[in-house]
Design a protein around this ligand. Structure first.
Ligand SMILES: [Zn+2]
Length: 67
């Protein structure tokens, strides 16, 4: 659980968003769906450690699917 926003310190609530992002793994460009939280107060976007793990996992899965 998130206690407060890392940008503004608000605890008024957060929404989980997902968006397409791309990264590079071993020189290959990978597009994947990344999840983040958006602060209701300042609309800053940040990740929890769990989301970072999940995003990394999605990118790796996409990379694994490229043949
Ligand atoms: Zn905020």
């Amino acid at each position: 659980m998130i206690k407060s926003c890392p940008y503004c310190g608000s605890n008024k609530g957060f929404i989980q968003i997902s968006r397409n992002e791309s990264t590079e793994i071993k020189g290959k460009s990978i597009s994947y769906k990344a999840i983040h939280y958006e602060c209701n107060e300042c609309h800053g976007i940040f990740d929890t450690p769990e989301q970072m793990d999940a995003n990394l996992c999605s990118a790796r899965k996409e990379f694994g699917g490229l043949k």
